[in-house]
Write a protein that binds this ligand. Structure first.
Ligand SMILES: *Cc1c(COP(=O)(O)O)cnc(C)c1O
Length: 399
């Protein structure tokens, strides 16, 4: 007997839970890609992609995942031999740095470890040391999905401005857009990267890059561009096909249209942010109680530095067993730890991640926590009492 039979729940940080309405919107015959409703709908999507990022910047849509969106940003930002400064606060910042490096850019990494956000002062110092202004852009992950740290983008921009260095600021918001507050224009972001399958509640397959006029001008001569990745014809098309440099991702567009309507016009973006914050708060409260006894702890100690879409935590010696129990006995799949320790390190298997991004509500997140508590009891993993009370307390106060 197993209690997993029922609707399974994938609580990993992407792909996220998708609304049935998004899936239903995709279930249709192939539309004409040379005229009609699809073309008009795409215009509304571009407008709404600006709304969701709080920007008036230019928007491009690529058929690809987050890695594709990274390469799109890289190709437009840089020329071979340019320099990039990357703030690394987890596996995703490290991986973005690797992609830029492999494309022929000279990369300087500042590694802030796995348990703290980027320190804007150190970024400013590195820029100040670059007297020749060779660094073309600073790359930062808003929420690093591996560590669940959230970087303070506005503070990084302020430090960059204070240093008097002209570098552009490029931000990976793949795990935060539609989950955590994000204000592209107000925060002075020049290039923003995101993808469809996390806060935007749409299947994996669309990558997005927003770029400011300033970035457009600064990058006109970038020589890493190839026809497919070039953001110019995509953002300023004279024909529809140029938006996607070929066949449009027709069904993904119908799904995304539905998701953006739900986020922006029905629930409202600020309510979406508040929902993610409340659900994250419930998860953090539960971990606080569990951690009172036993080797259980949130990865990021300061709540102000935690992303609201995913929570990385240590469950000493038992994370893998607990994940397995939750999946096999209760139908909940939790995220694996990512890049938190080397495989040779005894702590390698100590981490897991709980996602609370996208189309998730109180009953889903409270259900995940109750399942985790059941697993801890079944597996005799030492933990403090009162986690579900603490989570319910947060939810009752937020609703
Ligand atoms: C998921 C994620 C990526 C990678 O996206 P893929 O679609 O898996 O290529 C990059 N950065 C962040 C912050 C992410 O959360």
């Amino acid at each position: 007997m197993s209690l997993r039979h029922g609707r399974p729940y994938l609580a990993i940080p992407g792909p996220s839970v998708m609304p049935d309405r998004v899936l239903s919107a995709m279930h249709r015959a192939a539309p004409n890609i040379y005229g009609g409703a699809l073309l008009d709908m795409t215009d509304t999507i571009i407008d709404d992609l600006r709304r969701v990022a709080r920007t008036t910047a230019h928007v491009t849509i690529y058929i690809g995942n987050g890695h594709a969106a990274w390469e799109a940003a890289n190709a437009n930002l840089f020329s071979r031999g340019d320099r990039a400064l990357v703030a690394v606060t987890g596996q995703f910042g490290a991986s973005w740095a690797n992609t830029v490096e492999r494309m022929g850019v000279r990369v300087e990494r500042i590694d802030f470890g796995r348990r703290a956000p980027a320190d804007p002062a150190r970024i400013a110092e590195a820029l100040a040391a670059d007297k020749a202004h060779e660094i073309k852009a600073v790359l930062v992950t808003h929420v690093d999905t591996a560590t669940s740290v959230r970087n303070d983008i506005a503070a990084i921009r302020a430090a960059m401005d204070a240093s008097g260095h002209p570098a552009l600021l490029a931000v990976d918001a793949i795990a935060s857009l539609g989950c955590d507050p994000l204000h592209m224009d107000e925060w002075g972001i020049d290039v923003l990267v995101a993808a469809s399958q996390k806060g935007l509640m749409t299947p994996p397959g669309l990558g997005f890059v927003w770029f400011s006029d300033k970035a457009r001008e600064a990058c006109r001569a970038s020589d890493l561009r190839t026809p497919y990745w070039d953001w110019e014809p995509r953002a300023f098309p004279s024909e529809y096909w140029q938006l996607f440099f070929g066949t449009a991702p027709t069904h993904h567009l119908f799904g995304l249209r539905e998701a953006l309507t739900m986020l922006l016009d029905e629930e409202g973006l600020e309510a979406v942010w508040s929902r993610h914050k409340a659900l994250a708060g419930a998860v953090w409260a539960a971990f606080g109680a569990w951690g009172a006894a036993g080797d259980i702890a949130l990865n990021i100690a300061d709540p102000a530095c935690r992303g609201c879409s995913v929570t990385a935590a240590r469950i000493g010696g038992a994370a893998a067993r607990l994940r397995q129990w939750c999946e096999e006995e209760a139908g909940v799949t939790l995220g694996i730890g990512l890049g938190m320790a080397e495989p040779s390190d005894p702590a390698y298997g100590d981490f897991l991640r709980v996602a609370h991004m996208g189309h998730v509500n109180a009953h889903m997140t409270l259900g995940v926590l109750a399942v985790m508590e059941s697993g801890m009891r079944a597996l005799k993993i030492p933990h403090g009492p009162g986690a579900l009370d603490a989570a319910a307390q947060v939810v009752s106060g937020a609703a």
